[in-house]
Design a protein around this ligand. Structure first.
Ligand code: GLC
Ligand code: CA
Length: 540
């Protein structure tokens, strides 16, 4: 190779390197933090956020109309639960087209408009990618089911039964019954970890992998800033279909308990996450994981051995601390810190009873909600808030089986009442249907909407809502570890003069208090909370 060629090559190499460095660092701050590390995320359940056309179901135009509200709340990114075309068996988690919007929620043009409005307001859009399964009405599955030789047959997991009327093995669907459904036409069973209408995709098939990776790229080009990856634990199954060990007792659906070692958290999932991450990195996008880990080593693995898998695996172990227990919170936070990755804190979501009810003691729920908000929003890490948490929304659980919408609540009643209670319409004001819609909404709003709603709470300096806006300075401090959570009294160190910031004074918590202190190296003058003047937060 000539000298000239060599130097051109060297120049090109240099250019590529600097371009890729630029690509990776373009959104980092002076401390090297990426955009998602100093962001507040907010989960929106689209059916329940804001209804623009008054059909009782929320939609994208509704979300767009609330971008100003989200901006004022300090939200930097919204994760929208699935809004793609879907038969809605699992309210959107059964996707029949990965590259479109369900007409109930609007159109792709509405989506583009939402992205543009979000940009104006500094709110990024993160979508929910249902990677484990599609709907049984997806054209891939319809073809797959049509014959044993169909071109998409191997896109799903089809197996022969053990014998007449006997599924291939003992794996159970987490939503009840066997995880195998017999198809009389082709005389084989297909595998579904969730509902039978949610057949598991076969990620061992390279065509499936390619289609799914391409889908993420398609959305990144449309302006999406990342994905929350649904149910990643369940992507792979043991190809030998080894039975899971049976444990004592039954679950809420009345099925035998099993230890799901052969159909969950298989090592192959990490190869897929690396590939999804590669595509994400090209667009400076973030991957959040629905990762139900049971110990810190499992959580660690989801970050990837070289930080090359999920940037934000959610720490659900934090949500298992279901009471105000300072030592337990401390233990869990220390554990997550020890994982070496960037912590992700969540206290409620569309599958869990709202934090207002879980932490509340029935008497001081508002005070506790304020405390919890101020607490987890200022931990080192990225918080993901669930819509309505900021106004102290409570669960509105169905009282009768016939009112239940979530199928698991009907099959499991009364041990399992389903997830309707935590998915009720956002409470915007004290008008009919809490200002969500002029038509009766798909789920009823709880009676407390009269007092717990955005309009009323914005007028009240002591409201739960006012305790959920953390000043950008305070956020900045917390992201870099500048805020130290001294403790929740009575165990914590309550020497007020030595604290910079104290959240929640004792009385109505019966002596409990949360204390947040700036580390001495920080400049005391720079931290000012929005809640000053109330007795909830005291700035010394
Ligand atoms: C996830 C979702 C849940 C859904 C399930 C099946 O756990 O959060 O709502 O039912 O996946 O897609
Ligand atoms: Ca609507």
């Amino acid at each position: 190779m000539s000298k000239r060629c060599l130097s051109v090559l060297a120049f090109l190499l240099l250019l590529c390197c600097s371009l890729s460095i630029f690509a990776q660092t373009k959104s980092t701050d002076a401390g090297g933090h990426q955009w998602w590390q100093h962001a507040v995320f907010y989960e929106i359940y689209p059916r329940s956020f804001a209804d623009s056309n008054n059909d009782g179901i929320g939609d994208l135009k509704g979300i767009t109309s609330k971008m100003g509200y989200l901006h004022d709340l300090g939200v930097d990114a919204i994760w929208i639960s699935p809004c793609f075309p879907s038969p809605q068996v699992d309210f959107g988690y059964d996707v029949s087209d990965y590259e479109n919007i369900d007409p109930m929620y609007g159109t792709l043009a509405d989506f583009d408009h939402m992205v543009a409005e979000g940009k104006q307001q500094g709110v990024r859009i993160v979508l929910d990618f249902v990677v484990n399964h599609s709907s049984d009405k997806h054209p891939w599955f319809i073809d797959s089911k049509s014959s044993r030789t169909a071109s998409h047959r191997d896109w799903y997991i089809w197996r022969d039964g053990k014998g007449p009327g006997q599924p291939p093995n003992n794996w159970m669907s987490t939503f009840g019954g066997s995880a195998w459904k017999f198809d009389p036409a082709t005389k084989q069973y297909y595998y579904h970890y969730f509902y039978a209408e949610q057949p598991d995709l076969n990620w061992r098939n390279p065509a499936v992998e390619k289609a799914m990776l391409d889908t993420t790229g398609w959305w990144y080009k449309r302006g999406v800033s990342g994905f929350r990856l649904d149910a990643v634990d369940t992507l792979f199954e043991d190809p030998n279909l080894t039975d899971n060990p049976v444990l004592p007792g039954t679950n809420k659906q009345g099925d035998p308990n099993t230890d799901e070692i052969h159909n969950k958290k298989l090592p192959e999932v990490h190869e897929v996450l690396k590939k999804l991450r590669k595509v994400a990195d090209e667009s400076d996008a973030v991957l959040i994981g629905e990762t139900w880990t049971s110990n810190i080593d499992e959580l660690k693995e989801y970050y990837g051995s070289h930080d090359n898998e999920l940037q934000m695996p959610m720490d659900f172990m934090f949500t298992t601390v279901d009471k105000l227990s300072p030592p337990e919170f401390r233990r869990q936070i220390a554990q997550v810190d020890s994982a070496g990755g960037w912590p992700v804190f969540v206290i409620s979501n569309h599958d869990k009873v709202r934090s207002y009810n879980r932490y509340g003691d029935g008497k001081n729920n508002d005070a506790i909600a304020k405390l919890m908000g101020a607490f987890y929003l200022t931990l080192r890490g990225t918080p993901i808030m669930y819509y309505g948490e900021e106004i102290g929304m409570e669960n509105n659980d169905p009282k009768r089986k016939e009112d239940v919408k979530d199928p698991i609540g009907r099959t499991g009643w009364p041990r399992e009442i389903g997830r309707d209670g935590e998915r009720t319409p956002m409470q915007w004001n004290s008008d009919t249907n809490a200002g969500f819609s002029q038509k009766d909404p798909w789920l009823p709003v709880p009676l407390t909407y009269k007092t717990h709603n955005v309009a009323t709470e914005l007028k009240d300096p002591n409201s739960v809502r006012q305790c959920h806006v953390v000043s950008p300075q305070l956020q900045g401090e917390s992201r870099t570890g500048g805020i130290e959570h001294v403790g929740l009294a009575p165990e914590g160190n309550l020497q007020p003069r030595r604290q910079r910031l104290c959240l929640r004074q004792s009385e109505d918590l019966g002596g409990d208090a949360a204390v947040i202190r700036k580390r001495p190296r920080s400049d005391a003058g720079t931290v000012r909370s929005h809640h000053r003047g109330s007795d909830e937060v005291i700035d010394f």
